[in-house]
Design a protein around this ligand. Structure first.
Ligand SMILES: [Zn+2]
Length: 112
């Protein structure tokens, strides 16, 4: 019984790792698609980000920092500096501020 339990746990762990890997792969594909379409078709880019968020929530996957900084969580838009977001650096407090031009929401990222 104990042996079966361990094998079953390994099986579950393997499955979890596999689904997490697939979810991360899909997230990165959706992110790059949204990046490509941000200027030409912002509505489509927004829907890619919404799908990405749904996958992330469903599989409890954490977004990499580089992606997290580039998504406006207020309006689900991918933030492209110079196109739809303004980036300022507050060097005194060591914060990078991404301001979404669509909704005005600010995102503060701490750097070291
Ligand atoms: Zn926004």
């Amino acid at each position: 019984m104990l042996l079966f339990g361990t094998i079953f746990d390994d099986y579950l762990e393997g499955r979890r790792a596999l689904t997490e890997r697939i979810a991360k792969e899909r997230i990165s594909i959706l992110f790059s698609l949204a990046e490509e379409r941000a200027s030409s078709e912002p509505g489509l880019a927004k829907s890619y980000i919404r799908i990405l968020e749904r996958i992330r929530r469903h599989y409890h996957v954490r977004l990499p920092k580089r992606m997290k900084a580039r998504i406006c969580h207020n309006c689900s838009m991918i933030l492209v500096p110079g196109l739809n977001c303004k980036v300022t650096v507050a060097s005194s407090s060591k914060i990078i501020i991404y301001r979404c031009m669509a909704c005005g929401k600010e995102k503060h990222i701490v750097y070291k």
